[in-house]
Every structure is written in structure tokens, then in C-alpha cells.
Design a protein. Structure first.
Length: 427
């Protein structure tokens, strides 16, 4: 499909303003970016960068020379202007050399916002992408998906009659998500069925818990945090209250494979275990430090605590582990953490795309830089593939042994281990 060349000077200027504006937003720099460990944000703001006062840099003339040469001479069909603009933004941000400063298109931005909020309108199922289609991992209990009889392994090939082959995982998921109370029709292929199944569901509000918990032994509670979102502190307080009512006198806090999240949530979580002092320092590009103090009212400020970490413990999870270590509130057990100590601000653009911009680094209460260094556990315990294959967890065993040693008498019985909810994305 052919496209209109951008030769009109007014249109060029409008597009330039977009690009210059993003440069202006990024100019105060000191994992969506990394697909393994996402770069999560310190704050989320609406963009206020669409009216720059500075003159356009003369170097942008070269940009337009290149743009127009491609427009006039490229042999094959050109992508539309939006694709080229998004590509230009990505190239500009890549030139900064910071993997945690990056661009997110509107569909991925919607997924990200839902993750931070912890709830969305959908059918309630975990999924993965395989061979171009969504494959159901498991339906959530008492969800539209489970009540409609959707099973693990079902392949979703179309949504409301639209074939999803060729869409990204997020684009396909956004077709299924939507307003609560509205219907959605799924076309499903199921093993053993010759014909596709047509299933109609009514979307409901689906909550994504970030905290799972249970008793590991009579007096040892276990809490796992999968992410730091807007509801994490509320969920954690509920878990701590329930565990204490069941007799837990010590706790294991599992931060393994937690990629991070909101800084405010990290401060709130750490404040459940630390009653005074600083949780972290935020250092900007000019070397100015901002202290984030502990908040009053923590529920477990004197409870013996063991924290589990590994190479997937990153960002906000490292903030919490670092604060607990520096305040000598917990023994840290496991493997060296990822080492992401930079803070990103998210600015949403006018088309609901967004950029994550690195604005600062954070340091532990004792002024330890985490970026690129990570945290070294007090007790280093590897978890091998052989351990995983044989369903062994020596890191958890080490935490239990440490907390047992603090009890005034032997543990009389062992309860069944809790089942940990998956943190795969939901639809």
C-alpha cells in the first residue's frame, strides 16, 4: 500500500515537534526493554512535553534529508508513517546507550498499566504464545474461563471472528480483554476435537495477585512476592495478618524471580519489616540524594525473617532485600541478585504509547550501589537444574533451617508446602 510523502512543511514541523519533544524529555537522563528483566518505574506521569520552547536543532535537517530520500527512492513498499516514526524513536533512544530507556507501543502500554494496577476486564486464564496462537496454561478458579469449560492446552485461534495468527502476544491478549460485562467470542482448537469450538464468555474484573502465602511449618510463615504493584502492600498486610493469626512467629520472604515494580510499593513492603530509618536513597544525575524513610505501622517489624533471592531478583525486589540486609533485619539466602538499580519514569505520549526514561539510581541505606553489582547473599546456596528436576529447593531448606534454629523448642510437625500461584500473564 502506497503512502503520502511528508513534504508539507506544517506536517513536517508537527512530526519534528514529536521527535524533538522526546529528545527534550530524555535530555535530563543521568527492564518490555530487556525481555528477561523488565525495567519498572519509579513514577508514572502523563506527558507534558508536546510544546517545546527551544528552536529545532539544525541537525534535524539531516534527518529530514534522509527521510525524504527514502520516501522518493526506496525500491519496495514503504511502511506507514507511524511505523517509521516509532522506528525513529527507538533509534534515538538506542543512541543513549541505556537498555532501560525504551519505547513502548500502545498495546504493550495497556498490558503494562494493567499489570501495575493488578486488575483488568477479561476471562481469567493464564496463557502463553505458541506457533502464533494463544495456548491456555490454566483457567483461574471461579472465572469466566473456568465456568465456560476452557481447559489447559486449549488453543485460541480467533477472537470475535478475528484470526490472531501473526499478532504479538500482547495484541492477541488485548483482543480478549475489554470492558467488564461485555461478551467476547473465542474460537478454540482442542485436542481430540475435529471441529473448532465456539465459546462465548462475559468479561469480568480479573485480579492478578502479587502475594501468595501459607505456613511452611507450625510457626514458620512463607510469603512470596511475584511483583511490586499498586495492590502489593494491601495483599502483604492481609497475608501477614492471617499468618500471625495462625501462629507464625517467623517468616520467609521469597523474592526469587521477582523483576521489580513500583518504588512506592517497595518502600511500603520494606516498611512492614523495618520501623525506622531509610529504606533507600535515590541519586539523580547531579549527585543529589533523596531519602525514602520507613513508614510507621509495619506488622512484622520484630519478626525473625529470612529472605530468598536469586539472579532473577531485580529492581524494587533488590531495594527491599538491600534495606532488610543493611538494617540487619533479615538473613539473605540464595544467589547473587540481578543488579538493576536504575529508576525509570514512564511518560505516556498522546497516542498512548510511552517511553521509560532512566532518571536516577538507587542505593541501599548504607550507600551501596546496586546497578551492575547486585546483592551478595549472607548465605550463598545454589539451586541447580538437578535440584529443580528432582523438586528439591535447598534455598528454601536453608531458610527453614535458619528460622528453626531461632525457635526456643523443636518444631513438632511439618505442614504441607503451599502451592505457589503462577505469575504468567492472564487474559
Amino acid at each position: 500500500m502506497s503512502r503520502i510523502r511528508i513534504k508539507d512543511k506544517k506536517l513536517q514541523r508537527l512530526t519534528l515537534i514529536l521527535l524533538v519533544s522526546i529528545v527534550a524529555a530524555a535530555s535530563y537522563l543521568a527492564g518490555f526493554a530487556s525481555q528477561v528483566i523488565p525495567a519498572y518505574v519509579g513514577e508514572v506521569e502523563e506527558s507534558e512535553i508536546f510544546h517545546p520552547t527551544a528552536e529545532e536543532p539544525p541537525e534535524f535537517g539531516v534527518y529530514w534529508e534522509a527521510w525524504n530520500l527514502v520516501e522518493e527512492n526506496f525500491y519496495a513498499e514503504l511502511p506507514d508513517a507511524q511505523v517509521q516514526t516509532y522506528g525513529s524513536i527507538r533509534g534515538m533512544l538506542a543512541a543513549l546507550g541505556d537498555p532501560n530507556t525504551f519505547f513502548i507501543e500502545p498495546p504493550d502500554r495497556q498490558i503494562e498499566k494493567a499489570q501495575f494496577q493488578g486488575r483488568y476486564g477479561g476471562i481469567g486464564a493464564e496463557y502463553t504464545m505458541r506457533n502464533g496462537y494463544l495456548v491456555v496454561v490454566t483457567p483461574f478458579p471461579d472465572s469466566p474461563a473456568s465456568r465456560a469449560g476452557i481447559r489447559p492446552g486449549d488453543i485460541i485461534v480467533a477472537v470475535d471472528g478475528t484470526d490472531i495468527f501473526g499478532l504479538s502476544q500482547n495484541e492477541a491478549a488485548l483482543l480478549i480483554r475489554g470492558p467488564v460485562g461485555m461478551k467476547v467470542e473465542l474460537t478454540i482448537r482442542r485436542e481430540g476435537e475435529l471441529e473448532p469450538l465456539i465459546v462465548q464468555l462475559t468479561r469480568e474484573e480479573i485480579e492478578l495477585p502479587t502475594v501468595t502465602w501459607g505456613l511452611k511449618e507450625e510457626e514458620i510463615g512463607y510469603v512470596k512476592l511475584s511483583f511490586f504493584g499498586g495492590r502489593t502492600n494491601e495483599e502483604l498486610r492481609h497475608a501477614l495478618t492471617e499468618l500471625q493469626s495462625q501462629g507464625a512467629t517467623s517468616l520467609i520472604l521469597d523474592l526469587r524471580n521477582n523483576p521489580g515494580g513500583l518504588i512506592g510499593a517497595a518502600v511500603d513492603v520494606a516498611s512492614q519489616f523495618i520501623d525506622t530509618g531509610v529504606i533507600l536513597y535515590q541519586r539523580d544525575a547531579q549527585g543529589n540524594d533523596q531519602a525514602f524513610p520507613a513508614k510507621k505501622g509495619g506488622l512484622a517489624t520484630e519478626t525473625p525473617l529470612a529472605v530468598l533471592v536469586n539472579g532473577g531478583t531485580a529492581s524494587a525486589a533488590e531495594i527491599v532485600a538491600g534495606a532488610l540486609s543493611d538494617h540487619q533485619r533479615a538473613v539473605i539466602i540464595g544467589e547473587k541478585t540481578f543488579g538493576k538499580g536504575s529508576i525509570q519514569t514512564v511518560r505516556e505520549l498522546s497516542d498512548h504509547s510511552s517511553i521509560h526514561v532512566t532518571t536516577a539510581h538507587w542505593l541501599t541505606p548504607q550507600d551501596h550501589e546496586i546497578e551492575g553489582a547486585g546483592l551478595t547473599p549472607d548465605l550463598e546456596v545454589p539451586l541447580t537444574q538437578e535440584d529443580i528436576d528432582n523438586q528439591r529447593d535447598p534455598q528454601l531448606d536453608g531458610a527453614l533451617a535458619y528460622l528453626r534454629s531461632l525457635l526456643p523448642y523443636p518444631v513438632s510437625g511439618v505442614l504441607q508446602p503451599v502451592n505457589i500461584m503462577s505469575t504468567k500473564r492472564g487474559i
